[in-house]
Design a protein around this ligand. Sequence first.
Ligand code: SF4
Length: 405
Amino acid sequence: MPAYLREFKCIGAACSDNCCIGWDVEFDRKTWRKYQKIGDPEFRKLFEKNVYVNRHSFSPEVDHAKVRLAKDKRCPFLNPDGLCVIQAKFGEEYLSNVCAAYPRYTNEIDGMLEHSANMSCPEAARLALLKPEGIRILEDSAGLDARYIISMSIRTDDRNQGDLARYLHELRDFSIFMIQNRSYMLHDRIMMLGRFFAELQRLEDTRRMSGIPRLIEEHRRKAAEGAKQKPARPAQADPAFSLRLIRELIDKLNVFTEVDSKRYVSLMEEVLKGIQYNRKASPAENAKRYSLSARQYYEPFMEGHGFILENYLVNFMFGNLFPALDVRRSYDAFIMLVLLYALVKFHLTGIAAYHRGLSEMQAVEFIQVFSKTVEHHKTYLETITEYVKKKKIDTPEYMEILISN
Ligand code: SF4
């Protein structure tokens, strides 16, 4: 688990974006049965009015019953001070599995449990992202001192799980090593990782996956030898192309009609004002203003705070078993990482321009809100990856243009 998880403790009423507001609240069967036996009249009233058995449950350990949210999308068990009535009255052991586990995220690989936290929780995001020294993964035989739900389970020796799963440890360790390689600027690290993934894809296409360990060694050596040297920039670093694509990807979210998070919607307004985006202006004019905003406000902040974005990507890769994500080809996993990076960079540039500067807390707050909106969206990341492929811009050349703008 990443070391920051040891420090995590829910801050409850002090939380700026409480997880009991706006999200489905689910009770596992064991907890639901425990609740049947509680005689407390206030609890009984809330329980009988708001809890129903979920006929579409996918696991009794997770969502046997569901809670009907109030009109403002608050969990009815949340009191006006933002405290959970169940936890306050009966103790943490009375929370359901989902409530007790969030924001922790658990996978099982070859029988070993891996825990991390989702950046949609403000406190977890603060702890994970504001680590200037980077995210450190540790092994701890004591395990996690909290409940958990296993999201993904992989056996690397199971042939049915495919070659990416077979080399999961090697590929993920190498990818994290590259993203944390501070001999290079963050965008150069991503660019170098992309060149590795382009070659990995060639191995996959020609069914030579046993060449992966050698390929990793080769790229490790190149990274060490070329330290302090920037990889060559793409010949055609076209900011108008990148900006247009980012706008198209954001349009797929239908921000102003379908996104529930008021905070994300208002941050998006700041972004568009910040970069002075004008739908009627030419792509080149918009791109010019965007590039200027990036140079004036985003880049100076990132010079001293690249670790925030680095930590975000590392946490994503560790928790999502990168590159064994739900993708068809290894290069698709890299595309998803690039899109995530490009989207975060675009938003932060706009927010920085709007406020004429950026603070650590603003950057962390944005990533938290973004993560809650985008990473918890059931299909968004897959949809935009497929969109890029459909447009036939899923090539290393286009990805490099996107990374460099
Ligand atoms: S989002 Fe995180 S800090 Fe906030 S209430 Fe939920 S678990 Fe606690």
